[in-house]
Design a protein around this ligand. Structure first.
Ligand code: UD1
Ligand code: CA
Length: 478
C-alpha cells in the first residue's frame, strides 16, 4: 500500500513555460486573451473551482508577466505559486521544476494553453480517477484531426503508451484518440517515476508522456480517462485562439439564453464570462458586454452597444451605438442613441440621456434629462433637472485641475449653457439659454449671463457693386 495520503487533498501543476513561437506575438502564449480572459486564467479557474488547495505554475518565457497575471489569482482556499523552469527540456522536466515530491494526495497536470477546459470536465476526471483506483491516468479525447498531438496506443483496448507524432509510425499516426495533455496521478507515483523518464526520442526532450509506459512496466495501475475534445484544444496559433474565443462566446450565449435572455441573431453578440444579464432582457445584434457588466431584467440593448463593467438596473432602454464604461444606470432610464457614459457616472432611475451626450464622473439624478449634445463631467446633477441642448460643464481649468459643477433639484438649464467650474446652482433655479455661468446661482433665481441682444432698425450691409448677371456670357474688354 503506497497511498497513505488523504484522498481529498488535490493540487495541480500547470505547465506554462513555453514561448508559443507559433503565436508570432511577443506576449507569452498563455496570457493571450480568450473571450477577454487570459488563457491560463481559464485553466486556473477550472482547477480552483474543482477544489484544488494548491496550484503550481511552471513559468519560463515571460516569467515576470505571467507572474503578474497569475499570482493575484491566489486565494485563501487555493494558493498559487510560480516555479521557474530554467531550460525548456520538455514536459517531464517542466513537471519536475514544480517539485512534485513535496505534494500530497492527487495531482492534476495541465497545460496553460487549453482554455476550453471547464470545472465540470475536471470533476468528471476526478470522479473517474477515484472510481478506477488507478495510480495514474492520462486524459484522452477522440478528435477528427489528430495532427501533432500524442497518440494513445492501446492493445486489446488496454492503454499501452502515448506516442508523440514526431516518433510515430504511419499506422500509429492514424489513431484518432489523442493525449489532451491533462493527467492525474497520486503524488507519490509522480515523484517515484518522473525521475525515470529519459530523453531518447526525436526531439531529445524529456517527455512526460513516457511516464505511462514506465508505470505500466513497473506494474502500476494506469488508465486513460475520456474527455470532450475541447479539453485538449490547445491554443498554439492566432487562428486557434480565435476559434477558442468563438467557442467560449457561444457557450456564454447559450447559458444566458437558457436563463431567459432574448437575443436577436446571437452569433453577432459577444458577452464575456463574468457578465450577468437578467431574464426578459433583449439584446439586439452587435452588442458587446465586457468584464463585470451586470444587466437587470427587462432591459433592451439596441444594436452596436458596448458596455464594460457597467451596472444596469431593470427596465433600462439603451438605444443604438451607446458606449458605457464602469458606470451605473438606475431602473427604467432611457439612454442613447450614441450616448457615452465614462467611468464613475451614476445615472438615476427614469433619467433620460439622449443622443451625443457624454458624461464622466457625473451623478445624474432620478428623472433628470439631458436630451441632446451635452458634456457633463465632474458634476452632481439633482433630480428632475432639465439640461438643455448643447450644455457643457467646463471642468478642466488652465491649472490642469478638474473642478466640479453642482446643480440642484428641478433646475432648468436653457440650451447652449456653459458652467465654468467650480460652480453651484441652487434648487429650482433657471439658467437662461446661452449663458456662461461663472458664479454660483442661488436657489429659485434666474441667471442670465450672455451679451444683450441689440437690434439696429433698418440696418443694411453696404451693397457690393452690381455683379454681372449669372450665366451671362459677358467678356471683359480692355
Ligand atoms: C504535449 C504532449 C502531447 C499532447 C499535447 C497536448 C508531450 C511530450 N507531448 O505536446 O502528447 O498531445 O501536449 O496539447 O508532453 N512546456 C513547459 N516546459 C517545457 C516544455 C513544455 O512548460 O520544457 C509547456 C508548454 O508551455 C505548454 C505545455 O507544456 O503549455 C505543452 O508543451 P508543448 O510543447 O506545447 O507540447 P506538445 O508538443 O503540444
Ligand atoms: Ca501544445
Amino acid at each position: 500500500m503506497k497511498n497513505q495520503s488523504t484522498p481529498t487533498e488535490l493540487s495541480a501543476i500547470i505547465l506554462a513555460a513555453g514561448k508559443g513561437t507559433r503565436m508570432k506575438s511577443p506576449l507569452p502564449k498563455v496570457l493571450h486573451p480568450v473571450a477577454g480572459v487570459p488563457a491560463i486564467k481559464k485553466v486556473i479557474d477550472a482547477v480552483k473551482w474543482a477544489g484544488a488547495s494548491e496550484i503550481r505554475i511552471v513559468v519560463g518565457y515571460g516569467e515576470a508577466l505571467v507572474r503578474k497575471v497569475v499570482e493575484p489569482l491566489s486565494v485563501p482556499s487555493t494558493a498559487i505559486t510560480c516555479y521557474p523552469q530554467t531550460n525548456q527540456w520538455g514536459t517531464a522536466d517542466a513537471v519536475k521544476s514544480a517539485d512534485p515530491a513535496t505534494l500530497k494526495g492527487e495531482v492534476l497536470i495541465l497545460c496553460g494553453d487549453t482554455p476550453l477546459i471547464e470545472v465540470s470536465d475536471i470533476e468528471k476526471i476526478l470522479r473517474e480517477f477515484r472510481a478506477s483506483k488507478a495510480d495514474l491516468a492520462v486524459v484522452s479525447a477522440v478528435v477528427k484531426k489528430p495532427g501533432n498531438l500524442g497518440r494513445i496506443v492501446r492493445h486489446h483496448g488496454d492503454l499501452r503508451a502515448i506516442v508523440e507524432a514526431a516518433d510515430a509510425s504511419a499506422d500509429t499516426l492514424k489513431i484518432t484518440e489523442i493525449n489532451t495533455g491533462v493527467y492525474i496521478a497520486k503524488a507519490e507515483t509522480l515523484a517515484e517515476y518522473l525521475p525515470k523518464i529519459q530523453n531518447h526520442n526525436a526531439k531529445g526532450e524529456f517527455y512526460l508522456t513516457d511516464i505511462i509506459s514506465i508505470c505500466l512496466e513497473a506494474g502500476e495501475k494506469v488508465t486513460a480517462i475520456r474527455a470532450r475534445a475541447s479539453v485538449g484544444f490547445g491554443v498554439n496559433t492566432q487562428a486557434e485562439l480565435a476559434q477558442a474565443t468563438r467557442l467560449l462566446f457561444a457557450r456564454k450565449r447559450t447559458a444566458l439564453m437558457d436563463e431567459g435572455v432574448l437575443m436577436i441573431d446571437p452569433k453577432t453578440i459577444y458577452i464575456e464570462e463574468e457578465v450577468e444579464v437578467g431574464p426578459g432582457t433583449v439584446l439586439y445584434p452587435s452588442v458587446y458586454l465586457r468584464g463585470r457588466t451586470k444587466i437587470g431584467a427587462y432591459c433592451v440593448l439596441e444594436p452596436g452597444c458596448y458596455l464594460a463593467h457597467a451596472k444596469v438596473s431593470d427596465g433600462v432602454h439603451v438605444k443604438a451605438y451607446s458606449y458605457f464604461e464602469n458606470c451605473s444606470i438606475g431602473a427604467k432610464a432611457q439612454i442613447g442613441p450614441f450616448a457615452r457614459l465614462r467611468p464613475e457616472t451614476e445615472i438615476g432611475a427614469e433619467a433620460h440621456i439622449g443622443n451625443f451626450v457624454e458624461m464622466k464622473k457625473a451623478k445624474f439624478g432620478a428623472r433628470s434629462k439631458a436630451g441632446h449634445l451635452t458634456y457633463i463631467g465632474d458634476a452632481t446633477v439633482g433630480e428632475d433637472v432639465n439640461i438643455g441642448c448643447g450644455t457643457i460643464t467646463c471642468n478642466y481649468a488652465v491649472d490642469r485641475k478638474k473642478y466640479r459643477t453642482v446643480i440642484g433639484d428641478r433646475v432648468f438649464v436653457g440650451s447652449d449653457t456653459q458652467f465654468v467650474a467650480p460652480v453651484e446652482i441652487g434648487a429650482d433655479a433657471v439658467i437662461a439659454s446661452g449663458s456662461t455661468i461663472t458664479e454660483n446661482v442661488p436657489a429659485k433665481a434666474l441667471a442670465v449671463a450672455r451679451g444683450r441682444q441689440v437690434n439696429k432698425e433698418n440696418w443694411q450691409p453696404s451693397k457690393p457693386e452690381a455683379a454681372a448677371p449669372s450665366g451671362s456670357n459677358v467678356k471683359e474688354v480692355e
